[in-house]
Design a protein around this ligand. Structure first.
Ligand SMILES: Cc1ncc(COP(=O)(O)O)c(C=O)c1O
Length: 431
C-alpha cells in the first residue's frame, strides 16, 4: 500500500471497445483485459442491452430454493457447449469459489459412495486457483500463498512440464518426467486421493507457463486409471482466451469438474460456474434425512443480471470463434509478439499462446535476476501507462492479455508501446 499510495492514482471513468479513459480524459488500451476478464470490449451494445432488459425485470432473486429463466438458460447452454457429460452446474460469483465448490463436491462425493478416505488433492507446481483456503491448498504458488501454508490442508504436488511457444511454434517440451512423477503419486496414494486440480494449457498467474500439446490428455488418462476426479480450472483459459471456447473441448478431454469465471460474463459482472457430470450429481440425490444434498450456496449465486450477460457473452464469443475472427486475431497477435521479442534485449524468456503472452526481463549483463526492490515489471507498466497502455506485471515479467476483440492496429499499438516502455526502463536501469 505504501508503494501504491506513492504513485499517482489512476481513476478509470469510462470504457469503449478495448480502450479505457481516466477522469482527466486520457485514453489507455486495456492490455490486461481488466484482469483477464474482458472478452468483447467495454460498453458492448449487446451486453448493455440484455443487462438493461434484465434490470427492468429483476436484478436479483435468490437461486437458493428458487430459480429464474436467466440462470436456467445459462445452465442449459453451458451443458450444451461443454464436452461430454457435464450436464449439471453450481453457480457462484468468482473463480476461487468455483474451485472451492469443485473441491467440496469431490470431497462429499467420495463420502457418499463409501470411500471417505479419498480426500487428498493433487495440484501441479506453480498452480494458482484463487485466494480462498481450498483454492490455495490445491495450488502451489509460493509468492501468493506461502504465508498461509500452516492453515492450508494437505496436498500433493507434481512438477509442471516445460514448454515454450511463440507464434504457434513449440520451441521445447518435456512432459515425461512430469507425468511419471504424477503417476507415482497417484499409484502410491490413489486410495486417499479425491481430485487433481489443473489449469489446462496455460498456468496464467504463474507467468503464462505453457503445457505441451497432448499433456492434458495424458493427465486425464492417469486420473481415469487411478479413479481420481479431474478438475479443470478454466477460469483464465476458458471462454475463448486460447482460441476454442474451452480448452478441454479442443483437447477432447472430459473433466469431472470444469470451473469457469472471469470471461464467462465477458468481464461485466461477477459470475462463476462449476460444471459436473450427471453421475456425480446422482450421488447427491436422496431424501432429506439422507443428508446427501450439497447444502452450500452463496448469496449472489446465479445472479440474474450476470447470468443474462453470460448467456449473451457466450453467444458472441461463439460467433467470434465460428467466424474465424478469433483465430485470425490470435495469429496476428502471435506474429506481432514474435517481432517484438526479436527486437528486444533484456529478455530471458517469452511465451505466447492464444491471446496471452509473457515476457521475462533480465539485466543487460544477465548476471542474476533483478533485486526485488528494483520493481522492474512495475516500472515498465508505469512507463507503458504514460504511453497510453495498461498492463499488469508479475514481478519481473510483463503479462499481455488483451480483450478477444482487439483489432490489428490496436495490437500494433500495444506492442510498439510495450517495446518502447521496456527500452526506456532498461536504459534507466543500466545507468
Ligand atoms: C487460473 C485461475 N484460477 C482461479 C482464479 C481465481 O479467480 P477469482 O480471482 O475470480 O477468485 C484466477 C484468478 O486470477 C485464475 O487465474
Amino acid at each position: 500500500m505504501e508503494e501504491y499510495c506513492s504513485l499517482s492514482p489512476l481513476h478509470i471513468e469510462r470504457g469503449q471497445g478495448c480502450w479505457l479513459w481516466d477522469a482527466e480524459g486520457n485514453r489507455y488500451l486495456d492490455g490486461n483485459a481488466s484482469i483477464w476478464t474482458n472478452a468483447l470490449g467495454h460498453n458492448d451494445p449487446d451486453l448493455n442491452r440484455v443487462l438493461l432488459d434484465q434490470v427492468g425485470k429483476v436484478s436479483h432473486s435468490t437461486y437458493l430454493g428458487l430459480s429464474h429463466p436467466a440462470g436456467a438458460k445459462l445452465g442449459r447452454r453451458l451443458a450444451e457447449l461443454s464436452p461430454g457429460n457435464l450436464t449439471r452446474a453450481v453457480f457462484s460469483d468468482n473463480g476461487s469459489n468455483a474451485i472451492e465448490i469443485a473441491l467440496k463436491l469431490s470431497f462429499q462425493y467420495w463420502q457418499l459412495v463409501d470411500q471417505p478416505e479419498k480426500r487428498l488433492v493433487v495440484g501441479m507446481d506453480g498452480g494458482y486457483h484463487g485466494d480462498t483456503f481450498g483454492a490455495m491448498s490445491a495450488g502451489s504458488s509460493e509468492s501468493f500463498h506461502g504465508r498461509f501454508k500452516p492453515w492450508q490442508f494437505d496436498s500433493r504436488v507434481f512438477p509442471a512440464p516445460k514448454c515454450t511457444e511463440i507464434g504457434g511454434t513449440i520451441v521445447s517440451q518435456d512432459m515425461n518426467r512430469s507425468l511419471e512423477i504424477l503417476e507415482s503419486i497417484l499409484g502410491e496414494e490413489s486410495e486417499r486421493i479425491a481430485a487433481l486440480v489443473l489449469e489446462p494449457s496455460i498456468q496464467g498467474p504463474a507467468g503464462m507457463k505453457l503445457q505441451p500439446l497432448g499433456f492434458l490428455k495424458e493427465v486425464e488418462r492417469l486420473c481415469r486409471r487411478y479413479d481420481v476426479h479431474l478438475t479443470l480450472d478454466e477460469v483464465f483459459v476458458g471462454c475463448g482466451r486460447t482460441g476454442p471456447l474451452f480448452v478441454c473441448q479442443e483437447s477432447e478431454v472430459e473433466p469431472d469438474f470444469l470451473c469457469l469465471a472471469k470471461g464467462l460474463s465477458a468481464g461485466y459482472l461477477p459470475i462463476a460456474a462449476t460444471l459436473t457430470s450427471e453421475s456425480i450429481y446422482d450421488a447427491f440425490l436422496g431424501d432429506f434425512e439422507s443428508g446427501n444434498g450439497f447444502y452450500h450456496g452463496h448469496t449472489f449465486t446465479g445472479n440474474p443480471l450476470a447470468a443474462r450477460v453470460a448467456l449473451e457473452s457466450l453467444t458472441k464469443i461463439g460467433r467470434l470463434i465460428d467466424s474465424g475472427q478469433l483465430s485470425q486475431t490470435i495469429d496476428y497477435f502471435g506474429k506481432a509478439f514474435e517481432r517484438t521479442i526479436a527486437g528486444l534485449e533484456n529478455v530471458s524468456g517469452a511465451r505466447q499462446r492464444g491471446l496471452a503472452a509473457a515476457i521475462d526481463l533480465v539485466p543487460s549483463d544477465r548476471v542474476g535476476p533483478w533485486r526485488p526492490n528494483d520493481r522492474v515489471g512495475l516500472e515498465v507498466c508505469l512507463a507503458a501507462r504514460k504511453r497510453g497502455l495498461l498492463l499488469r506485471p508479475l514481478l519481473d515479467s510483463i503479462l499481455v492479455v488483451p480483450p478477444l476483440v482487439i483489432e490489428n492496429e490496436e495490437i500494433d499499438f500495444l506492442f510498439a508501446n510495450l517495446k518502447e516502455a521496456i527500452r526506456t526502463v532498461m536504459k534507466k536501469k543500466s545507468i
